[in-house]
Design a protein around this ligand. Structure first.
Ligand code: NAP
Length: 263
């Protein structure tokens, strides 16, 4: 049976290249994009290269859009085999609104899409979180570092921590509370921790689903800028590797260049 992959933020940058590489392996790719027109245009380019790709609208910050995508995947394909949580934002500046939006897209967006598709995932499914080297816990205070990195951290504890960061920024106390002044960094720490949470929740699930995070490195995209050292092909390599892991592969880890990365 043909495998189905869903890639968020698939219309440009690393996400588009992940779509290209997965489709190049004979996987049918659902290129999910916030803007339907931009998604269709990107999917058309890949289809013209002979790849099996369809576009679907998906705004990971919009619960209804996520639910609609999940319904469509179920109706059209009966489920999914691969979910790549690639959609992300890196906003200019730092204030309460930047913190709220960044955590909402980069952390809660991945959680929403994973929760919506997980019940519809088939055996040996793969979930990939596209994270960043900036999601390093060293920039947290000692107590926060311990909380985020707790081996038995639960989803409720993690969600409370992410909400606390947003509240602390809004109240002007985030530095005193031990957070760095980077919403992007905190969102990716949250995503790394979420990878472990989802992996632990999958214990005993029986479907052999693996959930891991990939840091693409610094990549030449709209987000990474023209001077980044890596191409999108290089940036997509580790996410695609994790998306196509053979049975018995790693679970709950953070990887860079296909090797475990400290965070
Ligand atoms: P990019 O070129 O800015 O593309 C970001 C993608 O995410 C776009 O498709 C964008 O859609 C989509 N997106 C943003 N908000 C969304 C939302 N609410 N719902 C659905 N899609 C949304 O960035 P990139 O460099 O390819 O980055 C891809 C991933 O890699 C991100 O998670 C990023 O944090 C991570 N990353 C990148 C680098 C780097 O150096 N580039 C390094 C480390 C990690 P629109 O086109 O509609 O805006």
């Amino acid at each position: 049976m043909r495998r189905i992959a869903v890639v968020s933020g698939g219309n440009r940058g690393i996400g588009l290249e992940i779509c290209r590489q997965l489709a190049g392996r004979g996987i049918h790719v659902v290129l999910a994009s916030r803007d339907a027109g931009r998604g269709s245009a990107a999917a058309k380019v890949l289809a013209e290269q002979g790849l099996s790709v369809e576009a679907r609208q998906l705004d990971v910050s919009d619960e209804a859009s996520v639910a609609e995508l999940a319904r469509g995947i179920e109706a059209e394909h009966g489920g999914a085999d691969i979910v790549v949580n690639n959609a992300g934002i890196a906003m200019d500046g730092f204030n309460a609104e930047v913190a709220r939006k960044t955590i909402d897209v980069n952390f809660f967006g991945a959680l929403r899409l994973t929760d919506a598709l997980l019940p519809r995932m088939r055996a040996e499914g793969r979930i990939v979180m596209v994270t960043s080297g900036l999601g390093d816990r060293r920039s947290l205070s000692k107590p926060l570092k311990a909380q985020v990195g707790k081996a038995d951290l639960t989803r409720d504890e993690l969600i409370r921590l992410m909400r606390r960061f947003v509240d602390d920024v809004a109240a002007g106390r985030h530095t005193a509370e031990g957070w760095p002044s980077s919403a992007y960094a905190v969102s990716k720490m949250g995503l790394n921790a979420l990878t472990g949470v989802v992996a632990r929740e999958l214990a005993g699930d029986g479907r052999g689903i693996l959930c891991n995070a990939a840091c693409p490195g610094w990549v030449r995209t709209d987000m990474g800028g023209a001077h980044a050292p890596r191409s999108v092909e290089e940036g997509a390599e580790t996410p695609v590797w994790l998306a196509t892991l053979p049975p018995g592969g790693p679970q709950g880890g953070v990887f860079r260049d296909k090797a475990p990365a400290a965070w």
